[in-house]
Write a protein that binds this ligand. Structure first.
Ligand SMILES: CC(C)(COP(=O)(O)OP(=O)(O)OC[C@H]1O[C@@H](n2cnc3c(N)ncnc32)[C@H](O)[C@@H]1OP(=O)(O)O)[C@@H](O)C(=O)NCCC(=O)NCCS
Length: 184
């Protein structure tokens, strides 16, 4: 009788430990999630884009009136950021006869300022290191690229570097700043 009471008490004590263990584990997880959201950073998976991402990429670029016409033919140069299967950002590393240009980097409005743009950039920067000594960009988001280490070039460099700037009828009113990041 005594033995069975003791055994029962031990079992209750053990199950309480497991339960309190689970509660405390859950609390720690909640605490970490809270810290993550306070720091403004979210978890995303960065991966190469595939043809099934074309519509999502175009939809993101369209929100900022960025060029979408060449997404189909260049989709293999794109990477995307996804969260729970939803594509929330994209970026492209274009290789035009050896001139490496970061293009079409954009994050869905509700997902901006969470470190996703930086992660997309860092992924393409790593990729570019095996291909070139410098990355170029033409952008209206100058301050973001300054944070990524880019330096602005003189506007007169655009037609020197890019044939499409020579051919562009909006060259005189274009707001895009040419910038460069030296990788070595
Ligand atoms: C530019 C863009 C891609 C940045 O993406 P993001 O995920 O919001 O940026 P992050 O959260 O990774 O920010 C990284 C750093 O840049 C800063 N930053 C982000 N956007 C910025 C902006 N527009 N101007 C200045 N700084 C900016 C952040 O404050 C952060 O700085 P910190 O590290 O000191 O805190 C995003 O704002 C966007 O989609 N813009 C519209 C599309 C566009 O203009 N694309 C450029 C085409 S070339």
């Amino acid at each position: 009788m005594m033995n069975s009471l003791l055994a029962n008490r031990k079992a209750v004590w053990k199950s309480d430990c497991i339960r309190y263990g689970a509660v405390s584990h859950r609390s720690i997880t909640l605490f970490l999630i809270t810290i993550t959201s306070y720091s403004g950073y979210v978890t995303v998976n960065i991966r190469n884009a595939s043809t099934s991402d074309i519509t999502h990429i175009k939809s993101i670029l369209s929100q900022y009136i960025l060029e979408t016409e060449q997404v189909e033919e260049n989709v293999d140069q794109f990477i995307v950021a996804e969260n729970g299967g939803k594509v929330v950002g994209c970026a492209c590393l274009d290789n035009n006869a050896g001139l490496i240009e970061l293009r079409s980097i954009a994050i869905l409005p509700a997902w901006k300022n969470n470190g996703i743009g930086r992660r997309l950039f860092k992924t393409l920067e790593q990729r570019a290191k095996g291909m070139t000594d410098r990355i170029y960009v033409r952008t209206t988001a100058r301050s973001f690229f300054v944070k990524m280490g880019f330096k602005a070039l003189d506007n007169s460099q655009k037609p020197v570097l890019w044939q499409d700037c020579v051919d562009c009828d909006k060259f005189d009113i274009c707001m895009q700043v040419p910038m460069v990041l030296e990788l070595r």
